[in-house]
Write a protein that binds this ligand. Structure first.
Ligand code: OXD
Length: 311
């Protein structure tokens, strides 16, 4: 690229754009950071950074666009948006903080379930002293990418029996791993099933009656990937029939989860409002700045999405 400074357009939707603007403005290769919505001339914008959703018609105002980045680990909001061109590289945030936070959240969920924390709290409310026992658990992680792979390793280190499942076979030291045709075997022995799959047309609705019924009776579900991996009615049915013992859900079809959604009041469901792992501008900005340097120096961008795979 001949000029050594670029203009960026930031569309952060519900997030406060200021920390991003402040951080990006410190890059020697950034001449201007625009924030959507704006009436400014955007014809020199080279990079578009998006947290969802992106307003309709934004991309047509960017004739010189060279790069799009999600501001989170997920890129589903870009993959499903028809205004996103297919010939521009798309990157996502891969950030050690995001990865560690996700692992910590799931570890918390697994351990709260294993140690029957809900029961301990109920006992406290009744001033009832009872030393509850617990067993070691077999935990299955679906999706062994950046987040799922890290989680599986930490679960092994914490002494759980760990199974992993991914589209193509992955190796995790100390875990049993399965790919495509091993799904039934992967599911059959689990006490806890964790979903960290990417969302693609193939994985929408994958957590349905058919798949969840293949788990051992009493299995506990943790969904921290996307709400549309899950068929909500099927989950409720399997909880009510006692096939599943409970679920911890951080992601939903519609966010915020509507007030009248049956998940809120279900006694076997624990809900958190999409906070398992939240992008922190401080750490994500390091990667964005590295990629800005790469764009200017015409070297390949880090963490590009494979548009055919969809993640
Ligand atoms: C993400 C998310 O994709 O927060 O980063 O869901």
């Amino acid at each position: 690229m001949d000029q050594q400074k670029i203009e960026i357009l930031l569309s952060t939707s519900v997030w406060n754009p200021q920390p991003w603007v402040d951080g990006l403005s410190l890059s020697e290769h950034v001449s201007k950071v625009h924030v959507w919505p704006t009436d400014a001339d955007l014809s020199n914008v080279k990079a578009l950074f998006v947290w969802k959703p992106l307003a309709e018609g934004v991309v047509t105002q960017l004739p010189n666009l060279k790069w799009i980045s999600s501001l989170g680990a997920g890129v589903d909001h870009l993959m499903t948006d028809p205004q996103i061109p297919s010939d521009i590289p798309i990157t996502r945030i891969v950030d050690p903080r995001l990865t560690i936070d996700m692992t910590n959240y799931v570890m918390m969920a697994v351990i709260m379930y294993q140690r029957k924390f809900k029961l301990l709290q109920e006992n406290q409310a009744k001033a009832h002293w009872e030393r509850i026992t617990y067993d070691n658990l077999t935990v299955g992680v679906m999706g062994l990418g950046e987040l799922g792979g890290h989680l599986a390793n930490q679960l092994v280190a914490a002494g759980f029996e760990v199974y992993g499942y991914s589209r193509t076979k992955n190796h995790i030291v100390g875990a049993e791993t399965y790919a495509e045709h091993g799904l039934e075997e992967f599911l059959s022995d689990l006490d806890v099933l964790v979903n960290l799959l990417p969302i693609t047309p193939k994985t929408v609705g994958i957590l349905n009656r058919d798949l969840l019924s293949q788990t051992k009776k009493g299995c506990y579900l943790i969904n921290v990937a996307r709400g549309n991996h899950l068929v909500d009615e099927d989950l409720i049915e399997l909880l009510d029939s006692n096939h599943l013992s409970g679920a911890m859900l951080d992601v939903f079809h519609q966010e915020p989860l509507p007030e009248n959604h049956p998940f809120w009041k279900h006694p076997k469901i624990t809900i958190t409002p999409h906070v398992a792992s939240v992008t922190s501008p401080q750490s994500a900005l390091n990667l964005l700045k590295e990629n800005i340097d790469r764009l200017v120096n015409e070297t390949p961008l880090l963490h590009q999405v494979d548009l055919n795979r969809g993640y």
